[in-house]
Write a protein of this length. Structure first.
Length: 183
């Protein structure tokens, strides 16, 4: 407990030192300030506007402390293409969009079922799954095996899924074969 109090007070003192005043303390003896000569010529310089002259002496122009940069306009050629239109926002909350509205769609099928024999799986491997899709007339663009988060119980699909990119117009055929659209 004794060490805890020492640590606590050390941290407290460090915090107080860190949060203390950041300006240095004034010097013990005030320095003598030099004042400009109040002669007639010195007063004329002080009241003469910047850029004017008094008695042959020109005053220095006053500079701004922080000049504000002004952006220069960008000139675009008439032949320059217009910027692309923004894409429409995707549907929030996992609502399924109409896959036929797009060019391609990614579909998923689980490799197997948990607690089941490997021989009970519909497709032995990815090439078998792709060949069955092409056999029914579906155009396959890309295919891969991916891992997804699934429930951990008998009867749930395995985390490994076949992921295939197909033509969106052929989605109904794949749906009949129990494939699902990737969300």
């Amino acid at each position: 407990m004794k060490h805890f109090y020492r640590l606590f007070f050390s941290i407290l003192l460090l915090a107080l030192a860190a949060c203390g005043p950041s300006t240095p303390a004034p010097a013990s003896e005030p320095e003598e300030l030099s004042t400009p000569d109040q002669s007639e010529e010195g007063l004329r310089i002080a009241i003469t506007p910047a850029g004017g002259s008094a008695g042959g002496i020109e005053a220095a122009p006053v500079e701004e402390a922080y000049p504000i940069p002004v952006p220069t306009p960008i000139i675009i050629d008439e032949d320059y293409p217009a910027p692309p239109t923004p894409l429409p926002p995707s549907l929030p909350g996992g609502y399924e969009a109409d896959p036929a509205a797009e060019g391609t769609v990614w579909i998923l099928f689980p490799v197997g079922e948990q607690c089941a024999e490997a021989a009970e799986s519909r497709y032995a491997d990815l090439t078998t799954a792709v060949s069955e899709l092409t056999a029914v007339g579906i155009t396959v663009y890309e295919a891969e095996v991916t891992d997804l988060i699934v429930c951990s119980a008998c009867g749930c699909p395995t985390s490994a899924h076949y992921r295939v990119s197909i033509d969106a117009a052929q989605w109904e055929i794949a749906k009949a074969l129990e494939w699902i659209v990737e969300e």
